[in-house]
Design a protein around this ligand. Structure first.
Ligand SMILES: Cc1cc2nc3c(=O)[nH]c(=O)nc-3n(C[C@H](O)[C@H](O)[C@H](O)COP(=O)(O)OP(=O)(O)OC[C@H]3O[C@@H](n4cnc5c(N)ncnc54)[C@H](O)[C@@H]3O)c2cc1C
Length: 222
């Protein structure tokens, strides 16, 4: 496990409140797609932890995708961060990783930056041996992160990209992800990532459709 610092090397805005950060670790590390790092922030003498899924990691380079929230402890630090700033962190942690099973279909459900672990899994590619659907809930088109990449991937037979918007009218799917779960949930393993309320509601709906616990994997961004 890595316990150390990381230096900010790149900071790019991909929507008005969403950042891609690249950080340089002190030594080369590896990860399993879906895992995260925990960062530590100092506030009034206290050490405050916040976790971030790994968008990508190669050698010493760690890439994250972070949505800033109003008056958030970590959000304020990331918003003000300048190249060269140092962060204290530990990881990778987490068991929200792709686990091959008997089902031919994998259905990924994300809202907002809950997409990050799935992005890492799709880039690594192992998961694409199955029929994969990515249902991605965003507020508006601006926040359909990595859209071009997924649209390109969807040209393949075994990948379906289903973005759905809650705050903008468009010619694609509309409304929350809960509205767009598959009618037939058999032979399918589900991975769900995002805020607690969404994750819990989706799990409840899937269970009502008869999906077994072992075919539901979750990561809550509480
Ligand atoms: C395993 C794990 C992985 C995570 N990975 C990522 C990731 O890859 N990218 C990412 O952006 N976040 C991720 N998160 C969420 C992240 O850890 C923080 O919760 C988030 O960045 C807010 O932290 P903060 O300190 O800025 O806000 P806080 O100080 O914790 O919160 C400030 C206020 O904002 C509210 N709030 C917190 N989060 C949200 C939200 N998402 N939407 C609306 N209101 C909110 C709080 O309820 C509170 O009222 C992950 C969480 C976990 C547990």
């Amino acid at each position: 496990m890595y316990i150390g610092n990381a230096r900010l090397t790149t900071k790019e805005w991909i929507s008005p409140r969403t950042l891609i950060l690249e950080l340089e670790l002190e030594s080369e590390q590896t990860f399993i797609p879906g895992q995260f790092f925990t960062f530590f922030f100092q506030r009034e003498g206290k050490k405050i932890p916040r976790s971030y899924s790994i968008l990508g990691m190669e050698g010493k380079k760690l890439t994250l995708c972070i949505k800033l929230v109003e008056q958030g402890v970590a959000s304020e630090v990331f918003e003000a961060a300048k190249l060269g700033d140092e962060f204290s962190l530990r990881g990778p942690f987490g068991r929200f990783v792709y686990q091959e099973d008997e089902n031919p279909n994998v259905f990924l459900i994300a809202t907002d930056t809950g997409i990050v672990p799935f992005h890492a899994m799709l880039e690594q590619g192992e998961i694409l041996k199955k029929n994969v659907t990515l249902l991605f809930g965003s507020r508006n088109q601006e926040e359909i992160y990595f859209r071009e990449q997924y649209e390109e991937l969807a040209k393949k037979d075994n990948f379906t990209f289903l973005p759905t918007l809650t705050r903008e009218e468009w010619d694609g799917l509309q409304g929350r992800v809960q509205k767009h779960l598959p009618e037939w949930a058999i032979f399918t393993t589900f991975y769900i990532c995002g805020r607690k309320e969404m994750v819990l509601e989706v799990v409840d709906l899937l269970k009502k459709k008869g999906v077994a616990d072992k075919h539901i994997h979750i990561e809550r961004y509480d």
